[in-house]
Design a protein around this ligand. Structure first.
Ligand code: SF4
Length: 152
């Protein structure tokens, strides 16, 4: 009985130890590769979500694809996508990855650092995405946070 209990405790410890941050949170090249794939194949964007003046074409295209209004399409963002992970554990992974950046690669991280407050991890396309962007694979029901995980 004691041995069984000890094994169970060891199993739990092993499970806790094996969690590793997704590679895109700690590897710039992997993140950019996945992000570029999302740009090219899933219509990830808009490139600059804050540039509302020049984004109308982007949202119009999304609305046409979704057979809905521009206003509704604009409400479907990474920030409320079910694939968008913003648990405290994931945010720690993202933060640790940015802090550990290689100075030689600094230019590639600048945008991520600027957008840090809105970053999360896309479980579908495996990269760090910004809550104000979207893509063709958007899923209703997000984001995934500590609170939503608790509620489950
Ligand atoms: S699947 Fe969701 S979280 Fe991932 S890029 Fe698309 S909209 Fe953003």
């Amino acid at each position: 009985m004691m041995a069984t209990r000890r094994n169970m405790i060891e199993d739990v410890e092993v499970e806790e130890e094996v969690y590793a941050c997704p590679i895109a949170t700690r590897d710039l090249k992997a993140n950019l590769k996945a992000r570029n794939f999302a740009f090219e194949n899933y219509g990830y964007g808009p490139a600059n979500p804050n540039d509302t003046k020049n984004n109308r074409g982007f949202w119009l295209k999304k609305a046409t694809m979704l057979n809905t209004s521009v206003i509704e399409a604009m409400g479907m963002r990474c920030g409320n996508c079910a694939a968008f992970i913003q648990t405290s554990q994931m945010l720690e992974c993202i933060k640790a990855g940015i802090e550990a950046k290689d100075p030689r690669q600094e230019a590639g991280y600048d945008e991520d650092v600027v957008e840090a407050a809105g970053l999360g991890y896309c479980e579908l396309l495996h990269f760090k995405c910004a809550d104000t962007r979207t893509c063709d694979a958007w899923l209703v029901g997000g984001p995934i946070t500590d609170k939503s995980e608790e509620d489950d």
